[in-house]
Design a protein around this ligand. Sequence first.
Ligand code: PEP
Ligand code: MG
Length: 583
Amino acid sequence: MPNVLKGIPASPGIVVGPVHLLKWQVPEVPATSIEPHEVEHEVERLRIAFARSIERLRSIRERALRTAGEAEAAIFEVQISIIEDAELRGRVEAAIGQQFSAERAFDVVMLEWREHFARSQHAMLRERVSDLTDVHIRVLTILLDLPDHDPVDLPKGSNAILVTQDLTPSLTLQLDRETIGAIATDSGTRASHVAILARSLGIPAVVGLLDGTERLRTGEIVILDGTTGTVTTRPTAAELADAKARQLLEKSEGEQLARLAGKEAISRDGTHITLFANVDLPDEAAVAVASGAEGVGLMRTEFLVVGRATMPNEDEQYEAYAGVIKAFGTRPVIIRTFDVGGDKLPIGGWPHEANPFLGWRAIRMCLDQPEIFKTQLRALLRAATLGDVRINLPLIVTVDEVRQAKALIAEASAELTARGVAHRTDVPIGVMIETPAAAVLADSLAGEVSFFSIGTNDLVQYTLAVDRGNASLASRFTPLHPAVLRLIRMTCEVADARGVAVSVCGEMASEPIMAFALIGLGVRQLSVSAIALARVKLIVRGMRTSVAAEAVQAAMKSATAAEAEQILRSSLVAEVDSELLHA
Ligand code: PEP
Ligand code: MG
């Protein structure tokens, strides 16, 4: 069997370390029956497994109390109370009495309960399904004597490579950087939020391995290369030496690129391209400033909510926004209102949806929950007194949504005035162009807003009907598809004609060949992850906008994404001659 697993490069960096397999899924239970004289023994096994699960949950709850907060720790109390529930115990013991092994009895009862709760009319019961699933996994893991996969107990400095099927953004946020050196997942693509977060946290990652959790074993030493998207198992001495050499090369390339931080992003034919940074977590602001960013093109505020059980209050939000705004002084900071939903969810309390990316997400949730939205808006209007703040609305598909949001901004302002709190009343409002509807309707939207921010991650997903997080579709997620290029071009033309600023903040802007295409399409502001900024600047400084415009003109006329990419690649390579060009 080949020893190199190929996935999708999601966050750069090379790490050599032990695998820690996190298989958080209900294990298979053998259909074992028992003899009548074994019933008592099985009941005792069940009692011990329950006691051990409770003990384990208590220690996790203690840890969550220290690291996350009371509301987050509360979910573990809920899980403890499920295990302590007398009815559950009674049902499982009754099944054991019918000569089921303890694990089989527990499995059967939990399957029934989960099904029953999932179908409940009451939202509160439906919300408990994920807790039941966690309990189901935890108790069965003990009964079946399987290794405990919780990553919480890894010793500091483990440099472990966390291998899992699907890592949620909330779990990613809770990862301890001192124990986890890198992430490898079966699912996901470059545009999935786990990949985006890994990049902002600076954790090397490979996603979309498809069967990594089947092929990798806890404890084995592997080389994870987040730049090439590979995981090398059973590495030979030569492969380890090669990894070391590439680590050094990446370090020296990083140093060369870092020297560009103070230089201007100006093309060979004299066009200045504004390079902003994307900020996903308030703590990232300092790194973003150091990267030489001219401002923040996208602050993703939903990460203040993801992984928490409660919404942050107005003051807490104010502090988070103020930190980023102050770090950037007088430079613009575009803050996007909550894009909660899709794959970015708080703990519990969220409706289960068949198609979350087509569901109750972003502006839809905010307009339906005006109190949550206005709390955020008040915090934003207050923080706006500290610098050049602009408010950006996500997932807009109709002009009505913009008008309703503006009405709520006016209400938030009036509430602050009534409280006598200082705030700004003239904050520029913009919209994300991340649906085909918004791109096609750009001329109508232009009448309502002062800037467009093109979100290519979603624009590609919705235009091509390709789930941005589905690893099996990764090769079909093609931002250079002529249909996508044409929608971006249309948006730029409207923006130009109507005097509306336009930037691109999707991951497309971070990739050299695509940044080249975007500049060719007329985009003059790119917002990229801090780690990608210097490389994009290198492209800008080596290219002419006129050449990019010609190349993308031809690319737009090509029939396929592959042809478009070919045209752009050969033009870029001829234009910018640098070893540092690789994405
Ligand atoms: C996008 O869709 O391109 C975007 C920037 O928003 P997000 O990735 O947070 O959905
Ligand atoms: Mg988006």
